[in-house]
Ligand binder design. Structure first.
Ligand code: DP6
Length: 402
């Protein structure tokens, strides 16, 4: 029958966003299923500034599964990638068994080719497995015609990836079940909810190697009593509070809690044995700067948060961006190498009052911040309609190198 006529080549391209947690995920209760010891809450960043693009193709002519990351062929056998692939195929099979009419007659036995790239330099240390796995799962799901709850699949790639499956303000519910079926992401508020909210990523110079999240959080679970207390007592209270601050667009509350939660995450790293250090002298310099800025203004104007790396992420409101960027420019005078210091959304100009300069800018560190990326909350994964945007050609091989 015509139904049995399977398509020879199918190709789908999706994009997916980076997210930044304001209530941090740190620690797993199940390493294979990637089930967290506490719920977390994040803001999805806009894809105009930071995104991953992934093309997935399936063909009866492909002889093996293949993967290209930023134009370089990579190992397709990674267990987490295989878990995502297996789960999407399982959902596709389930869907087909349950419906009389097969809308996407794409053979599940075809080999697949996947190409993925980021619109930001990997060297910037922003390379996010969250955007990567969210994008992979989105593209595979479209390829196989799977719809509905996919955060559970993205979670199998990287815990934080489940939060990149939605836009705006996203909560990852830890869930209670041992099989993880209730460990899902859901939207607290859409990206349009808080139009004035802005994010400044301070991309810092130097320093590449540190303990990865996966290994780091395992050691923390094994050794830190503070982490246990955090997961059992602190986070449940904070999560409800943070969701309320978001719903009420209360920057004072949102900012305070964001800073406190980042600081507690790094405290659990220090409480890990042997200890893990993600914050360095520059991070501490930025933290002190933010507090001096807020003290000068008499309220919370900027809030910092740091993950398992040296870049600082600053939350603020649109009316504060120009002034704070100027403060950063004075505190970390850019090296005159022609590199654009401010990137992303446009930043207006500001002249700093003398008393602000005197109170806030102490001991400038030239060149310490490479550049500032200005962005805002954004939507979840998108399907790319334009076939000229596919990263793979009709032959199933990468079109161009990154
Ligand atoms: C500090 O999601 O990268 O960014 O689940 O092992 O892949 P795995 O870890 P990952 O951890 C992210 C940790 C964090 C905090 C957060 O994003 O919530």
């Amino acid at each position: 029958s015509a139904m049995a006529e399977e398509r020879a080549l199918a190709m789908v391209t999706c994009t997916a966003p980076v997210n930044i947690a304001v209530i941090k995920y740190w620690g797993k209760r199940d390493n294979d299923l990637i089930l967290p010891i506490n719920s977390s809450l994040s803001v999805t960043l806009h894809q105009d500034q930071l995104k991953t693009t992934t093309t997935a193709a399936a063909s009866r002519d492909f002889t093996e599964d293949r993967l290209w990351l930023n134009g370089e062929e990579a190992d397709v056998g990674h267990p987490r990638l295989q878990a995502c692939l297996r789960e999407v195929r399982r959902l596709a099979r389930k869907r087909r068994d349950g419906s009389a009419e097969d809308t996407a007659p794409l053979s599940l036995s075809y080999k697949i080719h996947i190409a993925t790239e980021n619109n930001f330099p990997t060297a910037a240390g922003l390379a996010s497995s969250a955007a990567g796995y969210a994008c992979l799962v989105s593209a595979l799901a479209r390829l196989y015609g799977v719809e509905g709850e996919l955060s559970e699949v993205a979670r199998r790639g990287s815990g934080s990836a489940c939060r990149s499956m939605l836009g705006g303000f996203v909560q990852w519910q830890r869930g209670e079940r041992p099989d993880g079926r209730d460990s899902l992401a859901h939207q607290v508020a859409p990206e349009t909810h808080w139009p004035e909210l802005r994010i400044l990523v301070l991309v810092v110079s130097g320093e590449k190697k540190q303990v990865g999240s996966t290994a780091g959080m395992q050691t923390s679970v094994d050794t830190s009593p503070l982490l246990k207390h955090r997961a059992e007592v602190v986070v449940p209270e904070r999560l409800a509070l943070m969701a309320r601050h978001v719903r009420e667009r209360d920057f004072e509350g949102f900012g305070q809690l964001t800073m406190r939660d980042s600081n507690q995450f790094h405290a659990t790293c220090l409480d890990t044995f042997p200890p893990i250090f993600y914050l360095n002298d520059l991070s501490r310099h930025i933290i002190a700067l933010a507090h001096r800025f807020n003290t000068h203004h008499g309220c919370t104007k900027v809030a910092y948060t740091f993950d398992a790396g040296p870049n600082a992420v600053i939350f603020t409101l649109a009316d504060t961006v120009a002034e704070f960027v100027e403060v950063v420019r004075h505190s970390f005078p850019p090296a005159a190498n022609g590199d654009q210091f401010v990137r992303g959304l446009p930043v207006g100009s500001a002249t700093l009052p003398e008393e602000l300069l005197a109170a806030v800018v102490t001991e400038p560190v030239p060149g310490a911040v490479r550049y500032i990326l200005h962005t805002k909350p954004g939507p979840g994964p998108q399907l790319v309609d334009d076939p000229s945007q596919h990263l793979l050609g009709a032959d199933g091989l990468p079109r161009r190198c990154a």
